[in-house]
Design a protein around this ligand. Structure first.
Ligand code: 5GP
Length: 196
């Protein structure tokens, strides 16, 4: 999506550890007009899918997921980071390794809000190693629901998550794929995409 690529080029900051900072429009200060454009693009890309629920993960996915959900006219469920593991059996849980913080944490969704009748589009802001997505896919599968697809704002194509998800046979659409980024020069190269 050209508007997103241009915004990343203009406002993105290349930080330590292969981190692309886009907190001035995506995951701290949020440009909801851009979010709406992204939402409509996901709607176009997944027009053939019977999606009735959006799933994301706390916290940075929630903003974009809500705007995408508005475009699809469906509710958003977000996986919560659990403080202590709820053993009462009324939640599905899995573990996720955080890319930006390094540590592993438990995430959960209530069994009341997802079940076999659900056709889920997973939405997140970034895709790096794919740990967050792997956790979300596990939650959907535990519930007996169907992953209809995954929509990502920014995929870092030089990290392994995208290949892992596509190799699982899951439809993955990333609105911008960063092929390479060089903190020394600030140069960012995007992958050409046919569907764009
Ligand atoms: P993964 O689980 O795919 O390794 O990482 C995805 C998660 O880590 C995303 O939900 C996002 O919050 C965070 N993340 C990964 N890479 C970046 C990055 O380059 N910049 C920012 N801002 N967040 C990232």
């Amino acid at each position: 999506m050209k508007a997103l690529e241009e915004r990343i080029r203009r406002d993105g900051i290349l930080a330590e550890g292969d981190v692309l900072k886009v907190d001035c429009f995506l995951n701290h200060l949020m440009d909801v007009d851009l979010f709406h454009e992204m939402g409509m693009e996901f709607k176009r890309l997944f027009a053939d899918k019977p999606i009735n629920k959006i799933l994301t993960i706390e916290a940075s996915g929630i903003g974009i997921a809500c705007v995408v959900a508005e475009c699809f006219h469906v509710p958003v469920l977000f996986a919560k980071k659990a403080q202590s593991l709820n053993l009462s059996g009324d939640v599905y849980t899995t573990k996720v390794q955080s890319y930006t913080h390094g540590r592993v944490y438990d995430v959960m969704v209530s069994k009341r809000f997802i079940g076999p009748e659900d056709h889920v589009l997973i939405i997140d802001d970034f895709l790096a190693n794919g740990c967050a997505l792997k956790g979300l896919i596990e939650l959907v599968q535990s519930a007996g629901a169907t992953v209809e697809g995954i929509g990502i704002c920014i995929e870092k194509g030089f990290q392994p998550g995208g290949k892992m998800i596509r190799d699982m046979g899951i439809r993955l659409e990333s609105l911008a794929i960063v092929e390479s980024m060089d903190p020394a020069t600030g140069e960012i190269v995007f992958r050409e995409q046919q569907n764009a």
